[in-house]
Design a protein around this ligand. Structure first.
Ligand code: PLP
Length: 452
């Protein structure tokens, strides 16, 4: 920090403050964690300075022998950890991983057969007219993903996202009564829409998915099954999700982040079957530029950590703790989307407290509890104000919290929310953003949180 302060003291100060804030609060953001010192330190090395466009042994730059070592080790660890046929560790983030995977699927399913039909080896050999036809063909493809309000991610075909623009998109939701995935409804939609790609996986769905059923549906309509396990990769690595709950044996392509439940550096990666591997391997230059070599090195360290037996205990604790948190809410009369959880996410419907998700998020933040507001299915408050709060157990489990601590966390949250009321707008009308917390509640909660 002293070195940083000698150049830009405000950044040193913000860094110090971030540590202090993280120490003083309860981190319940479902997509966050605490990476190990080994992982963090691996990111702060001279690999950061290196350019290495291309793939292992096939770079567009000289002097990449050490990056080759790093990328190869990271990919080997990922393959072993997840039992995958192929791993690609270059994507800088989850969004990069998804975009790269989409183009790899298009390259495999559309471009490859097209080039074969035209009897050419690559696109540069196509005539202008045929290239135009191929572009139309690529742009005519369909993608079916989980809707955002049911818990899907914006990269799963949400219109404002590029995934909703590069594909004709359609969405499946959850059962309005139970909040659970209805596989028959997904099948019916797939049969009607005939997608090239079906995306499974979620950001805010508090339940496990049966990937064998999703693959069956994909096969029935001739779609490629892509699973985005960004959120629950740690539960797969830690063998909590096994059999039909493990996407790797069922999906053609699996994408992920490395920084959520997997507890690695901020980044993405892709797993694929041998059939899709050559297309994914073209991620650079198809979609990506130079990989972040220092982050690939940190991914290798984090994957090595996740292979240790202690990570399996950690992953099981993440799931058990989510149960304790959910039970803590239910016994205090709060409403949960789907009535509970069987992964690392708890989605609390705060409408019963008479406030919006935005008001709940702010009141909790004032009280030292960091969460994020989240839509619930068919949310009357829309995606900005929302009616839900998404909570996750990976970070506090890393801090060593167990069942008792998570029950106490539920108690603290219910205490804050039941003593928070909507404020008014400047014009005096009802507000969905401003809020009033009863005197003393925020400070008392902060003190209680600090004791945990
Ligand atoms: N996929 C899912 C399911 C996610 O939840 C997220 C992040 O929230 C992403 C992809 C995107 O990851 P990143 O923020 O690293 O781009």
């Amino acid at each position: 920090l002293e070195v940083i302060a000698s150049v830009e003291p405000r950044i040193a100060e913000a860094t110090k403050q971030e540590l202090a804030d993280q120490r003083a609060s309860l981190k319940l953001i479902a997509s966050e964690n605490y990476a190990s010192p080994a992982t963090l330190m691996t990111m702060g090395t001279w690999f950061s300075d290196k350019y290495a466009e291309g793939t292992v042994g096939h770079r567009f730059y000289a002097g990449c022998q050490n990056v080759d070592t790093v990328e190869q080790i990271a990919a080997e660890h990922a393959k072993e950890l997840f039992g995958a046929e192929y791993a690609y560790v270059q994507p800088h983030s989850g969004i990069d991983a998804n975009l790269t995977a989409y183009w790899a699927i298009l390259a495999h399913r559309v471009e490859g057969p097209w080039l074969e039909k035209m009897a050419v080896k690559n696109m540069n050999e196509l005539s202008e007219a045929d290239w135009e036809k191929l572009r139309n063909e690529l742009g005519n493809q369909r993608l079916l993903g989980m809707s955002l309000d049911a818990g899907g991610h914006l990269t799963h075909g949400f219109r404002p996202n590029i995934s909703g623009k590069m594909f004709h998109q359609n969405q499946y939701g959850t059962d309005p009564e139970t909040g659970l995935l209805d596989y028959d409804a997904v099948r019916a939609k797939a049969k009607e829409f005939k997608p090239l790609v079906i995306v499974a996986g979620y950001s805010a769905y508090p339940r496990r998915v049966n990937f064998a059923k999703m693959r069956e549906i994909a096969d029935e309509v001739g779609a490629t099954l892509m699973v985005d396990m960004a959120h629950f990769a740690g539960l797969v690595a830690g063998k909590v999700f096994q059999g039909e709950e493990n996407p790797v044996p069922y999906a053609h392509v699996v994408t992920s982040t490395s920084h959520k439940s997997l507890r690695g550096p901020r980044g993405g990666f892709i797993l694929a079957t041998e059939e899709y591997a050559p297309s994914v391997d073209r991620g650079c230059p198809m979609v990506l530029g130079g990989p972040l070599s220092h982050v690939m090195a940190a991914k290798a360290v984090a994957f090595a950590e996740a292979k240790q037996e202690s990570f399996q205990t950690y992953a099981q604790n993440v799931a058990d703790n989510a149960q304790s948190l959910a039970d803590g809410f239910l016994k205090r009369g709060a409403n949960l989307v789907t009535g509970g959880t069987d992964n690392h996410i708890v989605l609390l419907d705060v409408s019963g407290f008479g406030i919006t998700g935005r008001q709940a998020e702010s009141a909790l933040l004032d009280s030292g509890v960091v969460t994020n507001r989240n839509s619930i299915p068919a949310d009357p408050n829309g995606a900005w104000y929302t009616s839900g709060i998404r909570l996750g157990t990976p970070a506090l489990t890393t801090r060593g919290f167990g069942a008792d601590e998570f029950d106490r966390v539920a108690e603290l949250i219910v205490d804050v929310l039941s003593q928070t009321t909507p404020g008014t707008t400047k014009a005096g009308g009802p507000s969905k953003a401003s809020y009033i917390i009863a005197d003393g509640v925020a400070d008392n909660t902060k003190a209680a949180a600090a004791e945990l």
